[in-house]
Design a protein around this ligand. Structure first.
Ligand code: SAM
Length: 236
């Protein structure tokens, strides 16, 4: 397996980024990452009673919106495998009071969750570090974990289709973001990886095609000139 998709490598990468992840996210996206999360989560009906999986939850960046757009009958499971991201999540999960939050610290591809557990699975910015094999496994696990008619939405930072916009976007993520990481946050290597993963990922078309060929009704999603793409659907 290509080293960049090795689970241990990814775990270490996010452990290293955890102290600066939130602020770096906001600075490097000019605050747009929050808007993109809101746009993602607003695309799906979160009104309960529902059991929702926040997949690749990080430090729970989506939780406050999942709480806001849900109602008190919902139960949310936040799953991530980076101990440091999870530690931050634990420290702030008490701020979420109107929904029940359960934290699952495990590798999604070896999860111990029972089949048909969720009405909804959401994930913001968790696709880019998945290999093609894992994207296929994501489909089969989504199928296994969702109840019938259960919905899902996954979105990720992507390379825009417009060539001129793509040129500036790539320059930004390959050069400016690592520069900010290095000089402002004293993190030499981790923020270089964003560009590497996004270049490999390109956009969610591959994910869309994998889901389309399985037991799902799916829709391709694109925001902000294709800087964020994703897939939304439900289990037939
Ligand atoms: C870019 S962060 C996204 C965090 C958050 N969802 C957000 O909106 O910012 C991706 C997260 O996925 C987690 N992750 C990656 N692969 C995973 C796996 N196989 N199992 C569990 N968590 C994983 C990483 O630890 C990281 O916290």
């Amino acid at each position: 397996m290509n080293q960049i998709y090795n689970p241990k490598y990814i775990q270490n990468l996010f452990d290293e980024m955890a102290p600066s992840y939130q602020i770096m996210n906001i600075i490097t996206s000019f605050g747009l990452s929050e808007i993109w999360r809101i746009k993602t989560l607003k695309k799906i009906n979160l009104k309960g009673p529902k059991t929702i999986l926040d997949l690749f939850s990080g430090m729970g960046e989506s939780l406050k919106y999942l709480e806001k757009f849900s109602n008190e009958k919902n139960s949310i499971f936040a799953l991530d495998f980076s101990p440091k991201m999870i530690k931050n999540l634990q420290q702030k999960s008490h701020l979420i009071q109107n929904v029940n939050v359960t934290i699952l610290e495990e590798n999604f591809f070896f999860n111990k969750i029972k089949s048909n557990s969720f009405n909804t699975i959401v994930s913001c910015f968790g696709l880019k570090t998945l290999s093609e094999k894992q994207l296929n496994q994501l489909t089969s696990e989504t199928n296994r974990l969702l109840k019938k008619n259960g919905e899902f939405i996954f979105t990720e930072i992507s390379i825009p289709q417009n060539k001129i916009f793509a040129f500036f976007f790539k320059f930004y993520i390959n050069t400016i973001v690592p520069f900010i990481g290095k000089y402002c946050l004293k993190n030499n290597t981790s923020y270089k990886m964003l560009g590497i993963y996004v270049n490999e990922f390109q956009n969610a078309k591959k994910v869309y095609n994998i889901f389309k060929n399985k037991n799902f009704e799916v829709e391709y999603i694109s925001f902000f000139f294709g800087c964020v793409t994703g897939v939304k659907g439900y289990k037939i």
